[in-house]
Design a protein. Structure first.
Length: 95
């Protein structure tokens, strides 16, 4: 095997590892969002997601869209009550 072959193999292996980590991360974040929607449903809270994960769903390969959090909005009519309920369930609420 030539030195170039060794480098190519190492790079391919590293890329495969990065891809698998991205898939696991995407899966974990998707599961967290599913849980949030479940909790919101229990509380009667309407939420929508935007940016990051929501945008990723429009990519040919959603895993290619990087994001570091899940942005959601709650219906404004009862937002104070809803954010208090979500905070009581350990969700970080940013305004």
């Amino acid at each position: 095997m030539t030195p170039h072959g060794v480098i190519f193999f190492c790079m391919k292996s590293a890329l495969n590892t990065e891809r698998r980590l991205a898939e696991l991360r995407f899966s974990a974040i998707s599961a967290r969002l599913a849980r949030l929607f479940s909790v919101a449903g229990e509380l009667g809270v309407q939420v929508i997601t935007f940016k990051g994960l929501a945008a990723a769903l429009y990519y040919p390969d959603p895993i290619a869209r990087e994001f570091s959090d899940i942005d959601v909005a709650v219906n404004p009519g009862r937002s104070e009550e809803h954010t208090s309920e979500l905070q009581s369930r350990q969700y970080l609420v940013c305004r």
